[in-house]
Design a protein around this ligand. Structure first.
Ligand code: DQA
Length: 138
């Protein structure tokens, strides 16, 4: 099985960015743990701060990966283009968020991508990504 973990804007700063909200662990460090935990799964990883890059990567992997785990960051709340890209590909996409967006500012309560995704996992810290991987193991 091959899964793509796809992170959007500002998630390159995990570990340094608002640690009270997002924790103090870098994604690269967490990814190492995930790869050890799931040696039987190929976990590809890509991060970009640019909406078009994320769309390009969805197109590139969206017909061959077994699944995509997408934290679109703030583009979650703004991007019809990401919604359309998710609908355009055949790989199932799970939307994840580290924080519980529903406990935060009202502008985070709307997701423009959820309706195009297989499911949504939010609020479990970095463990949200592992829970998404588990959903593909069934
Ligand atoms: C986030 C939540 C978004 O609202 C925010 O813009 C992020 C991170 C999360 O993982 O909790 O950048 O997607």
């Amino acid at each position: 099985m091959r899964l793509l973990l796809l992170n959007g804007p500002n998630l390159n700063l995990l570990g340094r960015r608002e640690p009270d909200v997002y924790g103090n662990r870098s994604f690269e460090d967490y990814l190492q743990q995930l790869r050890q935990q799931y040696p039987d799964i190929q976990l590809d990883y890509y991060q970009s701060n640019h909406e078009g890059d994320l769309i390009d990567r969805l197109h590139a992997d969206g017909f061959t990966a077994d699944g995509i785990i997408l934290n679109a960051g703030a583009y979650t709340h703004t991007s019809i283009a990401l919604h359309d890209a998710i609908r355009a590909i055949t790989a199932p996409v799970i939307e994840v968020h580290i924080s519980n967006v529903h406990q935060r500012e009202p502008f985070r309560h709307t997701s423009l991508i959820s309706a195009a995704c297989r499911g949504v996992i939010c609020g479990f810290g970095l463990d949200s990504y592992r829970l998404a991987i588990e959903s593909f193991r069934k």
